[in-house]
Design a binder for this molecule. Sequence first.
Ligand code: GLA
Length: 403
Amino acid sequence: MHETQALAASFTAMFGPPAALYRAPGRVNLIGEHTDYNQGFVLPAAIDLACWAAASRREDRRLIIHSANFGESVESELGDQDRQPSGKWWDYVLGVAWALQRAGYELRGANLYIRGDVPLGAGLSSSAAIEVCVGYALLDLSDHVIDRKRLALLCQQAENEFVGARCGIMDQFIACHGQAGQALLLDCRSLDYHLVPIPSQLQLVICNTMVKHEVAVSEYNTRRRVCEDGVRRIAEVAPHVGSLRDVTLSELEQYRGQLPDTIYRRCRHVVTENDRVHKVASALQNGEIGALNQLMAESHRSMRDDYQISCAELDLMVELACQQKGVYGARMTGGGFGGCTINLVNAGDALEFQRRVAAAYRSATGIHPDIYVRIASQGAGPVALPGQTAAFGPQDARTHRHD
Ligand code: GLA
């Protein structure tokens, strides 16, 4: 409530009273790393760190967007599809307007005031949160029915083609489809999904190493290329293989002769990680939380040794987590080379975990880490204005769900 009041007040000071408020969450991925762009499986949860927007319609065709985090505004003319990215925060916002219009959505002019508490560049999808929040707002203000799957895909297009980052679909999809208390098992090929309840005794504890190594973007793109190369080589002897999703571990062993060692190891991470996603999902589903530790440890090792996207700070954070009481699993999460770890911690032990890991990480590195004890939250949507009892959004065309 406090958040919405502050947001509405800031908006009013700049533009007059807002017509609506919107929110889209960041995410943490429980398991399934670098599998989305290989048409595999992921298991993220939306978290209660989010991007918020207060908004109103304009009579002209302009978008005026202010970011409270950056203390800057940007203006753009709707219909200007030739605008180029500038490397600034507003690329995410203007990219979404660009992608929606390219897909044929007629948009009305709008004023937006945006504020977010998803830490930037920490691997918790602050970019998907701003994209989806703005996309939802622009569609709603223009009286379009929201198709969440389409919104996620268009926000991904904005990031791939306008911003210029080659991400997969996971982040935008979970920002659109997250549900409180649940993780989401997503098939990144069909985009079918089902919800997986997170047992109430588990708390999501996210440890931010506070480092982001320079190579993160270039190495992400290199990993994608190497996986594509692996698929091409495997398909020479097994033409039915269209992505690493189609390969089992025993098949990969069979094709090993086709692959240089580095490519083989990159492929092995993706193939084994897909398998672990299903195992973690069923362990959560069946309340077998004792099985999580080993699966998450294997995932971390696979990212460290086979996919080689971890770093000393992430390895240390995982090691410190594993020494604590009440930990049911720890691994790095997100793209890698810095950012955060995800830890599944017994709710009663979470605060002690936070205190001890923070102290140990600080004494080993000299860096004070942020540690967030969060819950799985709701995906994007309108939020009640202060004084309103319910949020009035347009009809929301929920995409077909398989759960
Ligand atoms: C980033 C990308 C996602 C996904 C993860 C790694 O968060 O945006 O699409 O590839 O890295 O799992």
